[in-house]
Design a protein around this ligand. Structure first.
Ligand code: ATP
Length: 326
């Protein structure tokens, strides 16, 4: 799988990276001989947009499970382009951890559907395991995760949508350790609105301006990257240019981006609960307190890092260690 370099010079000012100061663990995990028998074992990090999945995966891969490689399971981040708008992890944030299926597809040529993802990701898993690595699947698109891990996947079946969704299958083709990073929704919503403002300030507006002025929005597949939150919402703004109404059109576009991002998070949690109710053994980790600390004006980055470390990283490490030793 091609490895890409999504906008290496981008600076992100939001929680994920800035407030979490690296803290070295007292000891690096020593794995028992048993742990080496990890045939078809994968770790899946799930959760709504903004919950800190990428941050956690890099914490695990750089400090505790150093043979890890990350497979992206966000359906917008599989495409090259719109790195800021789709909130791709930057090269700097990747911190040397190998990533797969990230920015690997030309959005003017391809639409990657769950069926394609099943094939791509299972190939990447085989490749990682053949090198004695640990695959970490990281991303919020639950339809991708479902297609990948179920034993028999039927592309025509829909277990998430409609008045009568199909039953969830709990017959899986990998041994999976599911970690669900959860943040209580009112707190997450507040954080997501702040994140949208930060993304706009850190280059999302310029990225989209270029996307529209070059006519790229006309060439990307509507059912693929053309759906990324930010594209439909700001289309009217970039179409009307700098007319007298543009301030109002811009504000309305930003309001819709925030609203749609919060809706996305809510739907993603709904899908996760559906999998849990369907018998998937998801280990829920509550990151709410760390997010509350981010939102509290007077909290320093150190306090956020401390809470994140104790409540999210340490708990995840315990869960993954136990899973690998089983
Ligand atoms: P799925 O339901 O297939 O698991 P999902 O969790 O991403 O995927 P959807 O409800 O399909 O949720 O997506 C809702 C909207 O959010 C879509 O328009 C989608 O393109 C957009 N979206 C999802 N992820 C991103 C992202 N990383 N950046 C921008 N927009 C996104």
């Amino acid at each position: 799988t091609k490895q890409t370099n999504p906008n290496p010079h981008r600076t992100t000012s939001h929680f994920r990276w800035v407030h979490c100061v690296r803290m070295e663990p007292a000891t690096t995990t020593v794995l028992s001989p048993n742990t080496r028998r990890r045939h078809r074992k994968i770790v899946v990090i799930m959760g709504p947009t903004g919950a800190g999945k990428s941050r956690l995966s890099i914490d695990l891969a750089t400090r505790f499970f150093k043979n890890s490689e990350i497979i992206n399971s966000d359906k917008m981040q599989v495409y090259s382009r719109l790195d800021i708008t789709t909130n791709k992890i930057t090269m700097q944030e990747q911190n040397g951890v190998r990533h797969h299926i990230l920015g690997a597809f030309d959005p003017t040529q391809s639409v990657v559907n769950p069926h394609d993802f099943r094939k791509l990701a299972s190939d990447a898993i085989s490749d990682i395991i053949s090198r004695r690595g640990l695959p970490l699947i990281v991303g919020g698109s639950n339809s991708f995760i479902y297609s990948l891990v179920t034993k028999r996947f039927d592309p025509k079946s829909d277990v998430f949508n409609g008045p009568n969704p199909d039953p969830v299958s709990s017959e899986l083709r990998y041994k999976c350790c599911f970690i669900w990073v959860d943040v209580c929704l009112p707190v997450l919503n507040q954080y997501l609105c702040k994140r949208v403002d930060e993304m706009l300030d850190s280059g999302m507006l310029e990225e989209l301006s270029e996307f529209f002025s070059s006519g790229e929005h006309l060439t990307v597949k509507r059912s693929g990257l053309g759906q990324a939150i930010g594209v439909p919402e700001l289309e009217a703004y970039f179409r009307t240019g700098n007319g007298t109404e543009s301030d109002a059109v811009y504000s309305e576009g930003v309001r819709r981006i925030k609203d749609n991002t919060c809706q996305l998070a809510k739907r993603q949690v709904g899908k996760i609960l559906r999998l849990k109710d369907g018998g998937w053994d998801l280990k829920r980790i509550d990151a709410t307190e760390a997010f509350m600390a981010v939102l509290t004006a007077d909290s320093g980055g150190g306090r956020v890092a401390e809470i994140w470390e104790k409540q999210v990283v340490e708990t995840s490490v315990k869960i993954v260690k136990q899973f690998l030793e089983e």
